[in-house]
Every structure is written in structure tokens, then in C-alpha cells.
Unconditional design. Structure first.
Length: 177
């Protein structure tokens, strides 16, 4: 089993390689990058103007079956997403189907009316991606604010996290093969 990042071409461009590199370093395993098309996201909510993250995970699962992919798949999209009781989520994962999604919508300074910062968007996308992949590898949330598996409630909490799993979480990462 491998790990694949599927980068919807509408997502932030020019940061794919550094994000791939940081995620791979964090989880200690090579990660394949697919520079993808417009991924057929489903579950648009007209009033919220957001997509239902659960529906997107279902669609990823279907995509994997259609392409005979057994890898863990992390989809990166620019569309804002929500899930269950949360008004928004930076990302979402479902371990049972090996599928996860990260939205760059709220990771961009632009969303908050602030000037774009390429360094910040790389860090945020990589941390969020590694977090969701951590869930796909069986990890739960961690209480240490600096750990990748900490659940950030805000962008500043995400920024406060390090690029790495704490020793406890790292020891729980399976040896991928
Ligand atoms: Zn989480
Ligand atoms: Zn941890």
C-alpha cells in the first residue's frame, strides 16, 4: 500500500512539490503526487456555498475503485467544505476507506482579506495533509498543541503546530510497506 496526493489543478499552484516533500518527511514514507484534473467533487450546499466533506470522501472512494487504487488517497481541493456539526473543516479523513481531503480555501490569507504568503500556505497545507494522512494510518487526535495530530480550532492554532508528529504519535505510525 502506498500514499497518493491527488492535487486538483484548481488548488493553489506552485506549492505541490514542497507540500509533498514536507508530508513525506513528517510521516517518514514516500508520497506520490498526482497533478490531477478538476476532481468531480459532490455535495454542494447552495445556501452554505460549501461542499459536504462526507460526500467528497464517498466520491474519493468511488474514484479509487474505478481506478483500482488501493493506496491511501489525500485529495487537495480549493473548495470550502463542512462536515456534520462543524461550520467548516480544513480537512477530513475516513480511515475505513483510506480517503482524506484537504481544502485550501481557509488556509489562504486571501480568505481573511490578508496578503498572500506562499510560505504560510505551504506550511498549512502540508500540516493539514499530514494530519489527515495520520488519521488514515490509525492515529487519533493528540493533546500536544505542537503535534501534527492536534486538532486546530483556528488558523492560529494550525500555525502554532510543528511539521512533525510528537514522539508518542510517531511511535504509533505503522511501518508502511
Ligand atoms: Zn483530525
Ligand atoms: Zn502527538
Amino acid at each position: 500500500m502506498g500514499i497518493v496526493i491527488y492535487w486538483d489543478y484548481r488548488s493553489v499552484d506552485g506549492i505541490q512539490l514542497p507540500v509533498q516533500r514536507i508530508i513525506s518527511a513528517a510521516i517518514g514514507y514516500p508520497v506520490e503526487l498526482i497533478l490531477g484534473d478538476h476532481f468531480p467533487v459532490e455535495g454542494y450546499h447552495r445556501i452554505r456555498r460549501q461542499y459536504d466533506g462526507g460526500r467528497i470522501l464517498n466520491r474519493i472512494s468511488l474514484f479509487k475503485r474505478m481506478h483500482g487504487l488501493n493506496d491511501l488517497l489525500l485529495l487537495v481541493i480549493p473548495d470550502d467544505i463542512y462536515a456534520d456539526s462543524s461550520d467548516f473543516v480544513f480537512g477530513l479523513a475516513r480511515e475505513s476507506i483510506g480517503s482524506a481531503v484537504v481544502s485550501t480555501a481557509r488556509l489562504r490569507n486571501e480568505f481573511y482579506g490578508l496578503p498572500e504568503d506562499i510560505h504560510q500556505i505551504i506550511e498549512r497545507t502540508a500540516k493539514e495533509g499530514a494530519h489527515e494522512l495520520g488519521h488514515l494510518m490509525g492515529l487519533q487526535h493528540c493533546l500536544k498543541p505542537e503535534c501534527i495530530m492536534y486538532r486546530p480550532e483556528s488558523l492560529s492554532e494550525l500555525d502554532r503546530k510543528e511539521r512533525y508528529f510528537c514522539p508518542d504519535c510517531r511511535s504509533q505510525l505503522p511501518l508502511m510497506r
